[in-house]
Design a protein around this ligand. Structure first.
Ligand code: UDP
Length: 281
């Protein structure tokens, strides 16, 4: 269903006894958000407003929200902490920050009632290790991992690497890639934490704390799958940063969460999904 559909949400909350909500729904393409900000504000904010109204009405006061590391000032040259400078630079990031602000306002209106967690994702990639659940992008993806999968399955000829002149050890951009299963576990642990503790609002980074360059990601993918990924260098992409890596110590400490999967696992599981499901679902 569409989360902006008030009647549908009312029906669901009436039919089931809902104790908590993990709010994943939203549009997530940075490029599209820049070209179509109204769509992003309408969908991302509209759906959240609708959800919050219904949660309030049905006294469901526990929320885990999928936020994003794009809300941070990515020019920071060290690991990003939860209290690092906030400065989104595109409509997608602006909507994530606006939702965090909305959630905080709701929390402040009844501090003793709400239990809320904003989980700020770094770069989730991979798929479920069974190869049965994975990402099936609609249209042309613009994130690196689905593009690597397209090159590996010969749907496109080569990968474009945006810049080989970044101030990093091999000149390509560094990101904090996290396996989707570790990310999912972070949500379960956040929910447990909220259930067991007093009302509060908390912001948590979900990343591994480890940086991987584009070239390292490609080389690991090639090694794990034995498939060559042809690439060519292009100029830097506008709005990109050299390095975005999480300080994840708060999530580790508070949730007892520890991401277990490495880049090889991410590549292996992502490729398994792609080869089992060459045309998506
Ligand atoms: N990237 C690239 N070629 C692509 C897509 C991405 O070289 O076709 C690089 C990008 O410059 C960044 C990294 O891969 O260094 C991750 O980009 P992505 O869009 O997946 O996530 P972002 O960190 O921008 O949210």
């Amino acid at each position: 269903g569409d989360m902006r559909d008030k009647n549908l949400l009312r029906q669901l909350f009436s039919e089931f006894e809902i104790d908590a909500v993990i709010h994943f729904a939203g549009l997530k393409s940075v490029g599209e958000s820049v070209n179509n900000p109204i769509k992003y504000w309408e969908f991302n904010l509209g759906s959240t407003l609708c959800l919050m109204k219904i949660m309030q009405k049905f006294c469901c006061n526990c929320l885990v929200f999928s936020s994003s590391a794009t809300i941070y000032d990515s020019s920071i040259n060290k690991r990003i902490e939860e209290n690092s400078k906030i400065k989104p630079i595109n409509s997608y990031g602006n909507t994530k920050l606006a939702i965090e602000t909305l959630i905080k306002d709701i929390f402040l209106s009844s501090k003793s009632l709400w239990k809320m967690a904003n989980l700020r994702y770094f770069n989730p990639i991979g798929a479920h290790e069974s190869g049965l659940i994975g990402e099936d992008p609609k249209g042309e993806p613009n994130n690196i991992f689905p593009l690597i999968l397209r090159v590996a399955s010969k749907k496109i000829n080569k990968l474009e690497i945006f810049g080989n002149d970044w101030p990093t050890h091999d000149g390509t951009g560094i990101r904090d890639y996290i396996h989707v299963e570790d990310l999912a576990e972070g949500h379960i642990k956040a929910l447990d934490f909220l259930f067991k503790n007093q009302s509060q609002i908390i912001n948590l980074n979900l990343g591994t704390g480890l940086g991987t360059s584009v070239l390292e990601l490609i080389r690991t993918f090639e090694k794990v799958t034995n498939i060559e990924i042809p690439f060519a260098y292009s100029p830097r992409r506008i709005g990109d940063s050299p390095s975005v890596v999480a300080d994840n110590s708060l999530a580790k400490e508070i949730l007892g969460w520890n991401p277990k999967k490495n880049i090889a696992d991410m590549c292996n599981d992502g490729w398994k999904w792609q080869s089992y499901n060459p045309n998506g679902y």
